[in-house]
Design a protein around this ligand. Structure first.
Ligand code: B12
Length: 585
């Protein structure tokens, strides 16, 4: 592939040591012997140049391709914005698959099931993650007309998808990720809820139960609800809704799985109901999609948007506006530049042109502003922040619609009726968990609080990344509290909330995941969801001592506060964890 020549005066990239390791192992292109054949600088240029070159498709573009390539390069290498991993890995390469999220349908026949397995393998190989609903599959032990035998049911097929995933490395580097969904009214729902009770089972899946409005009402009124055979629509039996909800809670308490999604709420926000129902999200839950749809995401690093004013620190709204506008153009070009593993996906993506712009570095921003994550003011700012990004991204989408035309299915979308004028994208905002992206940008991930002020991250099968939050270290220095002895203690504990010898302000602002009452996790998720087209990826992290009742409350609160889904994780409930403080290493 021809990529524009790298200008000689292009500034170098600053990389922290964790980013250097991750980029080398996962992102920089490699030769046959596995050693990188491009530097990090060349990698960012490859991405910037190939995405900017899409301007050539639009004669009305106000940008010169070369200038825009440089602007995109700066945007990424200052870590103001990063596109999702497949874009970094594959832009400007032969593979050219740039989207992170896919949803595939699973139909009730051998052909359709194994087509989905094959399509998922192709997507994983190209770096994407897949979500599926298994709800259309006939229940276990029901008759199979063509053979006279009995069906083995959705859970047995889930295992096949899981095994296939195990064998295909994403982009040749990491294993694929899947979301498995079953509606709460499927006859095999109890088996599904228990499917991950043995540690190690279905390791390549996140499981979520799709809860309906009717089911939630049945829980509220302590009523029974029907299980329905997907083919005949016959009621097979009825269950007590509260008992099912309690089982869900118990399993999530035990192992973190399954999570829940509110499927009716998700479909209420489906911008293209004429194209069918949304039945699943991508693996981390932030992107509900139609069958055969894909979406490319990008995240703005909010830690970078502060400015000093009158001796205080404020959000730099003007620069944020500029970056949102540029990021939307970037993501629009990604749609054009991307190649998809299936023609059907290409068609759906080009028709709806969904993009998902979100944020990372939220906890770092709060640290700089001196706002505790678990405070009313932080929640208010979260709403204000996402409202701003949503509005700006829509205004950018409108401008692009004038320059390049609206998304082709605009005429049949919900926006047409709303009479708001055409957009270029069926959706513009999504909040992703930004696992690797936040490591590259050196910021806190997504809208999560920091896991610990110093922690060890187990990554890439055996590597350990140690991280001390730089804003915290600076604050210790500024307040004259820094000492090697104190740092050793912070590494041990992860948190300073109970260190009463430290100033009160430090202890309340520099909070971590475990310090925060779980309800604040949820309130924060709900605040961001309010102004996000798609969904918000967030794990409500709970201390090991959390009870099932705590999880019950969180699940219920997610429903009441308008979230599209929720996932919990109780510290130490699995024998192997990704994030540990000193005490758990
Ligand atoms: Co997860 N997951 N995840 N996850 N996941 C996170 C790691 C995290 C930290 C989120 C959080 O709590 N804030 C927690 C772990 C808590 C902890 O360690 N204290 C977590 C959890 C709890 C889960 C689930 C139990 C579901 C849940 O949230 N309740 C399941 C369990 C999976 C299992 O059974 N093994 C789960 C599932 C997933 C999927 C959707 C499958 C993907 C991973 C697959 C993939 O991308 N190919 C996933 C992701 C992506 C992440 C996320 C967002 C990023 C990980 C990453 O890319 N790291 C992190 C949050 C974060 O870090 N911001 C949470 C950077 C790269 C360079 O390192 O070694 O390649 P890596 O990362 C791998 C591991 O992290 C592994 O898959 C990654 C990709 O190969 N992995 C594991 C992901 N999750 C989990 C969970 C456990 C317990 C284990 C052992 C491994």
């Amino acid at each position: 592939m021809d990529v524009m020549k790298m200008p000689a005066d292009l500034p170098d990239v600053n990389l922290n040591s964790n980013a250097e390791l991750v980029l080398k192992k996962r992102y920089q292109r490699k030769g046959l012997d596995g050693t990188p054949i491009e530097t990090a600088k060349e990698m960012f240029w490859r991405v910037a140049a190939s995405i900017a070159s899409m301007e050539k498709n639009y004669p009305s573009s106000p940008f010169k391709t070369k200038d825009l390539a440089r602007t995109f390069y700066t945007l990424m290498t200052q870590y103001d914005f990063l596109p999702n991993s497949p874009t970094l890995m594959n832009a400007g390469t032969e593979l050219g698959q740039l989207a992170a999220c896919f949803v595939l349908p699973v139909g009730d026949s051998m052909d359709e099931i194994f087509d989905a397995v094959k399509h998922a393998a192709l997507i994983h190989k190209s770096g994407g993650g897949t979500g599926f609903s298994f709800t259309r599959l006939r229940p276990k032990d029901s008759r199979v007309g063509s053979t006279g035998g009995v069906a083995s049911g959705p859970i047995s097929f889930l295992k096949i998808f899981n095994t296939a995933t195990e064998q295909v490395k994403q982009g040749g580097t990491r294993r694929g990720a899947n979301m498995g969904i079953l509606r709460v009214d499927h006859p095999d729902i109890l088996e599904f809820i228990r499917a991950k009770e043995r540690e190690g089972d279905l390791n390549n899946f996140n499981l979520s139960v799709a809860l309906t409005e009717k089911f939630m009402q049945a829980v509220e009124h302590d009523e029974e609800y029907p299980l329905i055979a997907p083919q005949s629509q016959e009621v097979i039996e009825t269950l007590k809704a509260r008992e099912v909800f309690e089982l869900l809670v118990r399993k999530a308490w035990e192992s973190g799985d399954p999570g829940i999604i509110f499927i009716d709420r998700i479909n209420r926000d489906n911008p293209n109901p004429d194209q069918g129902e949304i039945e699943s999200t991508n693996p981390c839950g932030e992107q509900p999609l139609l069958p055969y749809e894909a979406c490319n995401l990008g995240s703005i690093n909010l830690a970078r948007f502060v400015l000093e004013k009158d001796g205080g620190i404020e959000v730099d709204w003007d620069r944020l506006r500029e970056v949102v506008q540029l990021s939307v153009r970037f993501l629009d070009n990604v749609i054009d530049a991307s190649e998809y593993p299936l023609e059907r996906i290409t068609e759906t993506v080009r028709k709806n042109r969904k993009i998902g712009l979100g944020v990372m570095g939220w906890a770092d921003l709060l640290y700089q502003l001196g706002l505790p994550y678990d405070s009313r003011r932080a929640i208010v700012l979260a709403e204000q922040m996402m409202d701003f990004i949503q509005k700006e991204s829509r205004s950018a989408s409108k401008k692009l619609a004038m320059e390049r035309g609206p998304f082709p299915s605009y005429e049949t979308s919900i926006y047409k009726e709303q009479n708001l004028g055409p957009y270029r994208h069926a959706t513009t905002t999504t909040i992703a968990p930004t696992g690797t992206l936040s490591i590259i940008a050196g910021c806190s991930s997504g809208v999560e609080p920091l896991f610990a002020l110093c922690f060890v991250r187990q990554v890439m099968d055996g590597e350990k990344l140690t991280e001390a939050n730089s804003f915290f270290v600076k604050a210790l220095h500024d307040q004259g509290c820094y000492s090697e002895k104190l740092m050793a203690e912070v590494i041990e504990k992860g948190s300073v909330r109970n260190m009463e010898f430290l100033p009160e302000e430090l202890r309340s602002v520099y909070v971590t995941s475990m310090d925060i009452d779980p309800q604040w996790h949820l309130k924060m998720q709900a605040a961001f969801q309010k102004h996000t087209d798609n969904a918000v990826s967030k794990t409500v992290n709970l201390p090991n001592s959390a009870t099932q009742e705590d999880i019950y409350k969180i699940y219920w609160m997610a429903y009441e506060e308008g979230c599209k889904g929720v996932t919990v994780y109780r510290d130490g409930c699995k024998s192997v964890q990704v994030l540990c403080t000193g005490e758990g290493q």
